[in-house]
Design a protein around this ligand. Structure first.
Ligand SMILES: *Cc1c(COP(=O)(O)O)cnc(C)c1O
Length: 382
């Protein structure tokens, strides 16, 4: 059982993961199985009937996720977008209106703008750091504020507690994409959010070897509704993927501490470099969201974006000169990655209100030795 008094890493290592009752295995086995023998019609041993509905490896992950976010129910999905899609289909209906961040993750934006908009969901991109703009964008039909903080790729910060108040005053819900912070750095449910979403592909998995998603909620009735839709829609995490995410979660706290420390050292280099015009990192005192980030986050995370002198071609050249920083999409793994959001992760928002600067470079700072990362970034910057 989960003891809420236990520390974060104790929960990460033990929640939902009692030693296997039949063998004593200290790690939940990968239950590679689709169906379960019934002792007479409807006589389920341990409650399992079919693995879309529930699978013991996935259950272990779901209990662990709930414990880490301080929620009552966690659900694991095939990807972050599958989690978001299931959430939208559960709590929003045609004609409803949602607010989304002015610089949402590109895939999230595409899901709202190209998929759900076709089914009658209305959305407005808003700078969620500007509470007056948020209040002004609310409509009588607004049922959800979708928040990302820090945002991808511009590291914008939104005040989760304040947004929860705006949402609840209007009878709407607040969902927070907590992918960039991870539950180690930020716990949205404790700040008043109704739903936390993760791409477990990133820091929770942590090793760039799995794609997955999660939802965690603080309200049991909403959890039941979501679990119904999780099964009815079917975008669930498979047992091997669930096992990989569980394995990653055990070291989340120590990894995040190193991600943050390495990022802080790289930010120091970037802010003083002649080829860098702007650094986006919530740990910088001049970042417009710094105070809120300091209030609602344990530390400032492992993601950094920066703009370079010389525009798009120089930004691309920096990405291509880096060697230890691998040129690639995604983030949150032990290895450092570099990318050009305009041409890579955020190509799908080109021409929209969410377009990102063409001279922008994004780093996912890994947990390698910081001296090696500094040397590589210095070379890449030229
Ligand atoms: C990657 C990512 C997603 C989408 O998750 P997938 O696992 O790729 O489906 C959503 N939000 C953020 C912030 C992300 O970085």
């Amino acid at each position: 059982m989960v003891d809420p008094q236990q520390g974060f890493s104790t929960r990460a290592i033990h929640a939902g993961q009692e030693p296997d009752p039949t063998t004593g295995a200290v790690v939940p086995p990968i239950y590679a199985v689709s169906t379960y023998k019934q002792d007479g019609v409807g006589g389920l041993r341990g409650g399992y009937e079919y693995s879309r509905s529930a699978n013991p490896t996935r259950t272990a992950l779901e209990e662990c996720l709930a414990a880490l976010e301080g929620g009552v129910r966690g659900m694991a999905f095939a990807s972050g977008l599958a989690a978001t899609d299931t959430l939208l289909r559960t709590i929003a209906s045609p004609g409803d209106h949602v607010l989304i961040p002015g610089d949402a993750y590109g895939g999230t934006y595409r899901l709202f703008a190209r998929i759900h908009a076709r089914w009658g969901l209305e959305y407005t991109p808003v700078a969620l750091g500007d509470l007056d703009a948020v209040r002004a964008a609310m409509r009588p039909t607004t049922t959800l504020i979708w928040c990302e903080t820090p945002t991808n790729p511009l590291l914008g910060i939104a005040d989760i507690a304040a947004l929860a108040e705006v949402a609840h005053d209007a009878g709407a819900r607040l969902a927070v994409d907590n992918t960039f912070a991870s539950p180690y750095l930020q716990q949205p449910l404790a700040l008043g959010a109704d739903i936390v979403m993760h791409s477990t592909t990133k820091y929770l998995g942590g090793h760039s070897d799995v794609v997955g998603g999660a939802l965690v909620v603080a309200d049991a009735a909403l959890g039941e509704e979501l679990a119904y839709h999780q099964n009815a829609i079917g975008g669930v995490a498979g047992p091997f993927d669930a096992w990989l995410v569980l394995r990653g979660i055990k070291t989340l706290a120590v990894r995040m501490e190193r991600h943050c420390a390495n990022a802080a050292a790289l930010v120091d280099l970037l802010t003083s470099h002649r080829n860098v015009t702007h650094v986006f990192y919530p740990g910088l005192p001049e970042h417009p969201g710094h105070e809120i980030a300091a209030k609602q986050m344990r530390d400032f995370g492992g993601m950094i974006s920066f703009r370079v002198v010389g525009g798009e071609s120089d930004a691309l050249a920096v990405c291509e000169r880096a060697k230890l920083f691998t040129l690639g999409e995604s983030l949150g793994g032990v290895e450092s990655l570099i990318e050009h959001p305009g041409k890579m992760t955020h190509a799908s928002v080109a021409g929209s209100a969410l377009e990102v600067p063409s001279d922008l470079v994004r780093l996912s700072v890994g947990i390698e030795d910081v001296e090696d990362l500094l040397t590589d970034l210095r070379c890449a910057l030229g």
